[in-house]
Ligand binder design. Structure first.
Ligand SMILES: [Zn+2]
Length: 227
């Protein structure tokens, strides 16, 4: 089975098949269980088709040495999504997903004054009917021992500063170090796949942060959360 990914840059679109054999070779868990990775890619393709499976290290995407763009898995190599330059997996290489989640902007909120700075920093808004959304870039990184350890989901610390809630760490905003979202209580993670982690945890975490950015007291923004 093949999985197609797309990337839009300005008006141009690039399409490629995810090279599962190459992707599996970079991470210990995927080397041991390539079918697990195939299932992850299929599930993400269903729910988050614009997210990219990319090469990572230290819970961050590896940047192309030539142009700085993410490195994806295509045509027998890890290669830059923009300029095609092959990249060697670094020590401790990881598989990561990079993409955006849309989050609803409430009208006349304290966040409105921050939107121009967010747009300038690459966090645009868009409108569907009468509803306004902000597109927030996130990163999900699989640990070497996934699925026995939970994946990390991170915001850009710059984004957290721009919305005025971070970057943490803070128990009040459920943020760990370096913009990582606290999504599970200790011992609570049960091997859930990336798409479900995003749907079941990250979407709500982002919505709670947006409430705080809009003026809701943090103690109320996370009410109803499991931890
Ligand atoms: Zn490049």
């Amino acid at each position: 089975m093949t999985y197609t990914q797309h990337r839009y840059s300005g008006t141009s679109e690039r399409t490629w098949q995810v090279d599962l054999a190459t992707a599996s070779s970079v991470a210990p868990w995927a080397q041991r269980a390539p079918a697990l990775l195939a299932g992850e890619v299929a599930a993400m393709g269903e729910s988050f088709p614009h997210w990219l499976l990319a090469l990572g290290q230290h819970d961050a995407p590896v940047a192309c040495g030539t142009c700085g763009n993410p490195v994806v898995f295509a045509a027998g190599a890890a290669r830059c999504v923009a300029c095609d330059t092959p990249a060697d997996p670094p020590p401790g290489a990881q598989l990561v997903w990079v993409g955006h989640l849309p989050t609803l902007l409430r009208p006349a909120s304290a966040l409105d004054a921050r939107l121009p700075a967010l747009a300038a920093a690459g966090f645009p808004t868009f409108t569907v009917g009468a509803a306004h959304y902000l597109l927030v870039m996130l990163l999900l990184a699989y640990p070497a021992e996934w699925p026995h350890e939970e994946p990390s989901v991170r915001y850009s610390p710059h984004f957290l500063r721009l919305i005025g809630v971070g970057p943490g760490p803070s128990g009040i905003t459920h943020l760990l170090s370096a913009g990582r979202a606290c999504l599970y209580a200790p011992g609570q993670y049960q091997g859930t796949g990336a798409a479900a982690v995003l749907q079941q945890r990250a979407v709500n975490h982002l919505a709670s942060l947006m409430k705080i950015a809009g003026g809701t007291p943090p103690t109320e923004a996370f009410i109803g959360r499991i931890h």
